[in-house]
Structures are given as structure tokens and as C-alpha cells.
Design a protein around this ligand. Structure first.
Ligand code: DGJ
Length: 697
């Protein structure tokens, strides 16, 4: 049983791999008794409720609460803060009752003397090794109650010596993994960008010095694409306090009598090493979160000319590229930015989602027919949340943007943000995109978002400023949901100036992500490695391009395309300028990719080695009896060309046939994991792809 009670005060939650135990402690407050590897003997926790009071003055501050309320004697980061109309600014929550229904547990807390309840929800995803948490606040108070903070969940881990791993980064330098000791004080990872942003991720991964394969990692991924806040706090050198949820700096919600508010959800777990943490989350995302019907099938190889043509697209040019792409084995041809009314550059057109009559005098049908006749599907770029001042939409509805009354609205990339939380604006966007999808045979949309939120004001509605940020994110989800429901087979990609909207909220609406505009293969290998800490390679779009703008270096085709083959392969080079030898090489790599694609996209991912600590970067994928290993060397030194790479996840007694080009040998799983795969990598920018197949012993 995934949920059991031990006595009448202890709730034991078990997945296949770990236990999470909550007890009702002093002052009737739910507290954490244990979170770690599976403990199967339930009665071990029978006395959890009588845990010794911490030696502190006052002890309340150190209680390992599951959801602490602001006020009272808890001076650490708390989960919820309200203000009642009479000025009372605290909550005195007490456990009232519980319900268990299948894999759900709900602990209901009630304020000591006002009818405001807080439900703490737990869902045990037993087979996926995830405990899902969220919270729901309900008010039956006669006067309005202002919710000032309402986090999703709070966690406590005993003792000290913890480190926290997250990302830092920026546009084109996303997903730089960093680890920080939490020796004292608080570390806050947050977004105030209006969306997930490029700077850090809405998750926590804490440990006491874990690496890829060893050391326990406790993690939680927030299913949220808006302003978030994750606080990791050392409390008095005694325990670690973690609070995750919507960022309270830009949040507020008024609850009238009878109203309730539900937070975003969070997926928590613990695993041995970062590798296991990643595979747990990847597997969960593939099995339970990614939208159907594409969640179980592989993503197509796509072509996109953005890096070659930018805004200057037209029918003849796109068709010419499509003819070459089809010959190489491309399955989906995507036209990026530049196709819609007035879109000559970034100054015009956003908001008007109809084909530009100068570039496409006969609409998009001739182009789409041509692409489909070549055996490919067709996809388009959109940026629905935005509007250029130079657009029909803005001229008709200047009041639809986020702005403060009486102030000049702030432009960025020549655009304003539409207030997508407004149902009328949502309706306009849905109907214009719905019309587009009805008018044309479109199989894929790249949904971009190219600016951060500045003014969180809205003119002409009664919306509270601080309610707007969260309502905006809900508006994005609602539009994506409606589009998916109306067009279930249209593939959706999330892009936000590269990887600005990659998170466990978006993953439930989008089939794939664009992790970065930086396609330099060396940078990209590290971006991809760190991206995979949380997110599955299947939904990581990865292209080869001709772009050398970032670092000014040319990298050989094989190194570049093997980098892109580590995720969902895309081709973004200018095919019209490539010689026939290069084109035929790209065609061969695409064929090779299609043969290994199910293993890369649907298998388990093992990060074997990183340029951060080794001359080699290597990643392995395993699906049942088949495997693929990509190994990269960026610069040769001292004439060394023989390397060994320790594989992971194989069955020790199985024999595996290992193939790299013409080379083929058979080795046991234990040999490959302990002695290592032997490789020859000669010269700068070498790379090798090795396939593994279990053979009869
Ligand atoms: C930003 C994206 O990250 C790029 O891939 C491209 O689609 C441009 N926007 C188009 O404006």
C-alpha cells in the first residue's frame, strides 16, 4: 500500500524506492519524520509523533513543518501568509482531519478561530518514485481574505552539511549547473521575469556532496512556468528548510467567502546520485506528464531555416530548401519567424496571425502542398503572447497590453506583452490560431516568447496587479490546453528566446523545448548535459546550424551533428549553400539517427563524463537490450588517442556487441562498466558513436 497510517498520528507514504513520513506533532502541526530510502517496517515510525523537542528557544522555530504559516514563532521561510480584513496578519493552523483515497492523502488544517482551511495534498506515484504535492486554501470567512503568499510545499531535512544544485545562466548561456553549500542563511532561486526565465530553474536538488552515481539527492520540480521562488534555508545549523511555489513578491489573491485557491503542483523524490534523479524525472515525464498522443512516439527530424534566412522567408526559397531537406530524410519542415502580415523584421507584425500577402501572395497553401508532396509535414513559428505597436491588433486594441495607466509602456525587442489573463484577449488568440490551424494543414507550432515582463499592470480591467502574474501563467496554460484539445495531433514546441520556458509545468502542454539559441556544439554539449539534469532528452530539440556568431569557431560536421543527435535532431544549416558531399553526409547522419532515435528519445540517459572534469564528454542511452554512446573530445593533447569510458546501467553478466563504424567487439556488461569501453579518438573535435546490443552469452 502506498499510503498507510501508523497509529492515529503518523502517515507513511511509500513509493517503490523511498518513504516519506509525516506525523502530527506539537500544536497539532504536520511535521516530517522521515524522507529517504525505503523503510518497509511501518511500525518503526509509531513513535514519530513523540519526537524529542529540539533544543532551541523557542522550539517552534525548529519544528520540521510540512507547511508553516507566517506568524507565530516560526521566523524561518514560511509557506503561507494571509491578511484578514480586520488587519489580523497571521494564521494559526491546526490539523483538523485527514482523508486517504487510493494514492491521495489530504491533511486538512484549520485556523484556530476563523473558518479558513488549508488542505495539504500528497499523491504517491508509487511506480514512478514521485510524491506529488500541492496545497488548496479555502475561505469561509465572511469578509475577503488577502492571500499574500501561498507556496506549493515545504520540506525539512535533518542535520547540516547540505549543498544545493541549480542552474545559473542567461540568453544563449542557459543551464549552467552550479552547486552552493547551504552553511548558513538562505539561498533563493527565483524568477521575476513573468516566465520561467533563463537564470535558474523552478526546482530544488539538495544533497551532502552527491555526484552522478553516489550520495542521496532530495529533489522537487515545480510544475510552474511563471514567477517562482525556491528557498533553501539552513535553520540555526540544525536542519534544512525548503519552500517552493509561486513567487510571493509578485503574488496576491483575494479570497471571498466560499472561494478557494489551488497552488501549482510539485514533483518530489529522492535518489542515489544525480544520474538516478534525472532518470526518475525523465521516466516520470515520459510516462505521466508529456502530452498525448506524442508522448510515446519519437519526434520527427525537422528542418528550420531561421539561422540562414531569418525574417526574409518566401514561398520559392522555402520550397527550394524543402526539396533538399526531403532528399536528406527530413520529416518536418518548419517555417520560423517572418511569415505573417507585415513581418519584415522584429518591428512589425506580431499579433496578426495571417500570412503576409507580399511574401505569400497565394497564402501558405502552395508552400504546404509542395512540402507535403515531398513527403514532409509542415510547421510554423508563432509568438501568441506578443504584439508589435506596428500591427493591426495593436492599432485596434492598444489597451490589451500590460502597462500602467498614464505611463509610457516599456518596449523590448520592439514588442509589448498582451494581457493573456484577460478572457477576451485569450478568446482572440484562440480564435486566430484556431482559424490558422483550420485553414492550413499545420502539424507543428513553435510557440515563442521573446521578452521579459516589466509592468504587471493592466488598464481598463479590475484586476489587481499582483494577481496578474499568476493569472498570466494560467492564461498561457489555458490557451495551450484549448489549442491542444482542438488540434490534438499538432506538435507544440516551447521556446522563449531559447530556453526561457523549460519547466515541469510547460512539459504538460508542450511536446518539446528549444533549450538555447546557442548552437555552438561545444557550448551546446554542456547546455544539453545540464538540461538533462531535470528534463528528458526526448523533448530537447537540438539542431546543427552554420551559426558561428557566439564563439567564432567552425566545428566539424560530425562533432556538431552527433551533439544534435543527443536529443531530438533538427537541421538548421543553409542547405542551399552546401556542396553535394556535405549534403550526402548530412543525409547519412540523419539515417543513422533514425536507427538509434527510439533509444535516444525513449531510453534511459546516463551522463558518463563531462568536459567540466575530463577531456571527454560522453552520454549513454539504454532501451531494453540496445544502447548508444556518444563520446566527444574537443582537443587532443600529447598525442593521446586511446581512451576508456566507463558505461553504466548494463546487466553485468550480459554480453554486448559494441559497434563503432567498422569496429565491432563483444564484451560483458561488467567489463564495460568496470574496465570501460575502449575508444580511439584522434585529433581535435573527434567524436564517436558506439551502438550496443545485448547478445546471447
Ligand atoms: C527566438 C528563438 O529562440 C529563435 O529560435 C527564433 O525563433 C527567433 N526567436 C525568431 O524571432
Amino acid at each position: 500500500m502506498s499510503i498507510a497510517m501508523v497509529g492515529d498520528k503518523v502517515f507513511r507514504l511509500n513509493t517503490k524506492a523511498f518513504s516519506y513520513v509525516v506525523y502530527i506533532g506539537p500544536e497539532q502541526l504536520p511535521m516530517n519524520a522521515y524522507w529517504g530510502p525505503l523503510v518497509e517496517h511501518d511500525s518503526d515510525f509509531a513513535d514519530a509523533a513523540f519526537a524529542r523537542e529540539p533544543l532551541h528557544f523557542p522550539p517552534q522555530h525548529l519544528w520540521p513543518q510540512e507547511y508553516a504559516a507566517f506568524g507565530g514563532l516560526f521566523q524561518k521561510e514560511t509557506s503561507i501568509r494571509v491578511c484578514f480584513e480586520d488587519g489580523v496578519g497571521d494564521l494559526r493552523l491546526r490539523f483538523s482531519h485527514h482523508t486517504i483515497c487510493d494514492d491521495h492523502l489530504c491533511l486538512t488544517l484549520l485556523d484556530q478561530d476563523r473558518p479558513l482551511t488549508v488542505e495539504l495534498w500528497y499523491r504517491v506515484r508509487e511506480n514512478e518514485n514521485i510524491v506529488e504535492r500541492w496545497c488548496c486554501v479555502k475561505s469561509n470567512v465572511a469578509q475577503p481574505v488577502t492571500l499574500i503568499n501561498c507556496a506549493t510545499a515545504q520540506f525539512s531535512l535533518p542535520g547540516t552539511g547540505y549543498c544545493s544544485t541549480n542552474f545559473t545562466g542567461r540568453w544563449s548561456g542557459e543551464f549552467q549547473q552550479k552547486t552552493t553549500p547551504i552553511d548558513c542563511g538562505k539561498l533563493v532561486y527565483e524568477s521575476l521575469y513573468g516566465l520561467t526565465g533563463h537564470q535558474c530553474g523552478p526546482f530544488f536538488a539538495v544533497h551532502q556532496g552527491a555526484d552522478e552515481t553516489d550520495g542521496m539527492v532530495w529533489f522537487g520540480a515545480l510544475a510552474y512556468s511563471g514567477n517562482f521562488k525556491v528557498t533553501v534555508e539552513n535553520v540555526c545549523g540544525e536542519h534544512l528548510n525548503i519552500v517552493a511555489g509561486i513567487n510571493d513578491s509578485t503574488f496576491q489573491r483575494t479570497l471571498h467567502n466560499g472561494e478557494s485557491f489551488e497552488t501549482p503542483h510539485l514533483f518530489a523524490g529522492c535518489a542515489k546520485g544525480f544520474g538516478q534523479m534525472s532518470r526518475t524525472l525523465h521516466h516520470f515525464a515520459l510516462q505521466k506528464l508529456l502530452p498525448s498522443p506524442m508522448c510515446r512516439s519519437v519526434l520527427p527530424v525537422l528542418y528550420n531555416s531561421w539561422y540562414s534566412t531569418e525574417f526574409a522567408v518566401n514561398e520559392q526559397q522555402q520550397l527550394a530548401l524543402a526539396r533538399i531537406a526531403a532528399g536528406l530524410g527530413v520529416e518536418l519542415f518548419v517555417m520560423d519567424d517572418g511569415w505573417f502580415r507585415g513581418r519584415v523584421d522584429s518591428t512589425a507584425g506580431l499579433g496578426d496571425w495571417t500570412a503576409d500577402s507580399v511574401k505569400f501572395p497565394n497564402g501558405l497553401t502552395p508552400l504546404i502542398d509542395g512540402i507535403e508532396a515531398l513527403g514532409m509535414r509542415f510547421g510554423l513559428w508563432i509568438e501568441p503572447e506578443m504584439v508589435n505597436p506596428d500591427s493591426e491588433l495593436y492599432r485596434a486594441h492598444p489597451d490589451w497590453i500590460l502597462r500602467y495607466a498614464g505611463r509610457e509602456p516599456i518596449q523590448w525587442r520592439n514588442q509589448y506583452i498582451l494581457n493573456i489573463s484577460n478572457p477576451a484577449i485569450q478568446e482572440y488568440l484562440f480564435s486566430s490560431l484556431n482559424d490558422l490551424l483550420h485553414e492550413y494543414h499545420i502539424s507543428y507550432l513553435k510557440w515563442d516568447m521573446n521578452r521579459y515582463m516589466a509592468e504587471i499592470g493592466s488598464v481598463g480591467t479590475e484586476q489587481e496587479d499582483f494577481a496578474l502574474c499568476h493569472a498570466y501563467t494560467e492564461g498561457v496554460y489555458s490557451l495551450a490546453r484549448r489549442l491542444r484539445n482542438a488540434h490534438p495531433t499538432v506538435e507544440l514546441e516551447a521556446c522563449a528566446s531559447g530556453g526561457g520556458r523549460v519547466d515541469y509545468g510547460a512539459i504538460q502542454y508542450f511536446d518539446e523545448f528549444w533549450p538555447s539559441d546557442n548552437t555552438d556544439p561545444l557550448d551546446r554539449l554542456l547546455i544539453q548535459q545540464h538540461y538533462s539534469l531535470l528534463y528528458p532528452p526526448k523533448c530537447m530539440r537540438s539542431w546543427i546550424t552554420d551559426d558561428t556568431a557566439f564563439n567564432g569557431r567552425q566545428i566539424p560536421l560530425q562533432f556538431a551533428i552527433y551533439t544534435a543527435m543527443c536529443g531530438a535532431l533538427g537541421i538548421g544549416v543553409n542547405l542551399a549553400l552546401k556542396d553535394s558531399e556535405t549534403l550526402s553526409a548530412i543525409g547519412c547522419y540523419i539515417e543513422q539517427y533514425k536507427a538509434i532515435r527510439p533509444i535516444v528519445q525513449l531510453g534511459s540517459c546516463y551522463r558518463l563524463s563531462s568536459f567540466e572534469a575530463s577531456p571527454l564528454q560522453a552520454v549513454q542511452y539504454l532501451l531494453e537490450n540496445s544502447g548508444v554512446v556518444f563520446v566527444f573530445l574537443h582537443s587532443a593533447q600529447y598525442g593521446k588517442s586511446r581512451y576508456r569510458c566507463l558505461l553504466q546501467g548494463l546487466k553485468p553478466t550480459n554480453l554486448y556487441s559494441c559497434r563503432a563504424g567498422d569496429l565491432c567487439y563483444v564484451k560483458s556488461g561488467s567489463y564495460l562498466m568496470q574496465h570501460g569501453l575502449e575508444l580511439i579518438l584522434h585529433g581535435d573535435w573527434s567524436s564517436v558513436l558506439v551502438t550496443l546490443e545485448a547478445v546471447e552469452g
